[in-house]
Write a protein that binds this ligand. Structure first.
Ligand code: CTP
Length: 210
């Protein structure tokens, strides 16, 4: 099992970065569930406070989207399942200042360039026996947008988190998800993230082992 988790940090200068509110909780909870079921897990993690000590989980720490992509590329071929739970920054500063940027005018413009879409890039090399799971965080047209991502990234399953559901999302310990597959949609109640992770792992396990 190969997973991404947490945010990525995209440096602006030696002391600043662009990031997001992802805590990595969901990715780490998924890794724990897989490991408890006996799977060997490689967890490519952006900067988080999460820790895991399970003997079956190998954590690879990365900072930027590019580092996360390289770490995933190296390990993708050998994995049966890919789970993309990280909140990868879509853009990074075009240039990284080598010295701290000093305060100057009233406005500061930072030009951003697009980062690689890790799930989509690996999706292009997915083999028939490999199973790929993505996440989508949407605020509107939720199911249609999630379904579009399922196709665009060549995923077998996408887990939709709605920011419209109270108690769901980044800073909460609970989550309410819908899992979308090509032929089926599964809705779940609001639950602690550890139980949500178990629901996701149970469904992936079912698809792998029938
Ligand atoms: N993802 C990724 N690499 C990126 C961006 C996203 O691997 N550069 C993965 C995420 O880990 C998640 C899925 O793609 O599993 C969807 O992420 P999301 O941010 O919802 O989608 P985007 O393609 O970035 O679309 P948008 O932000 O425009 O909604």
């Amino acid at each position: 099992m190969l997973l991404t988790a947490g945010p990525t940090h995209e440096p602006i200068d030696p002391v600043r970065f662009i990031g997001n509110h992802s805590t990595g909780k969901m990715g780490y909870a998924l890794a724990e569930c897989f490991a408890q079921q006996g799977a060997m897990v490689q967890l490519v993690s952006g900067p988080t406070n999460q820790r895991t000590h399970h003997a079956n989980i190998d954590v690879i720490q990365v900072t930027t989207a590019n580092e996360m992509y390289k770490a995933m590329q190296k390990r993708a071929e050998a994995a049966d399942v890919w789970v993309f739970a990280a909140a990868v920054a879509d853009y990074r500063p075009k240039t990284v200042a080598d010295k701290k940027i000093k305060k100057a005018g009233d406005e500061l413009t930072i030009t951003l360039v697009k980062n690689v879409d890790i799930a989509a890039a690996l999706g292009k090399q997915k083999k028939e026996w490999q199973f790929s799971v993505g996440f989508a965080l949407e605020t509107d047209n939720e199911s249609a947008n999630a379904r579009q991502k399922l196709h665009k990234k060549n995923l077998d399953m996408i887990v939709l988190n709605s920011l419209n559901d109270p108690g769901a999302g980044f800073a909460h310990d609970t989550n309410k998800i819908t899992i979308i597959e090509e032929e089926a949609t599964h809705t779940f109640e609001l639950k602690p993230k550890s139980e949500v992770a178990q629901d996701i792992v149970d469904l992936i396990w079912k698809r792998l082992h029938g």
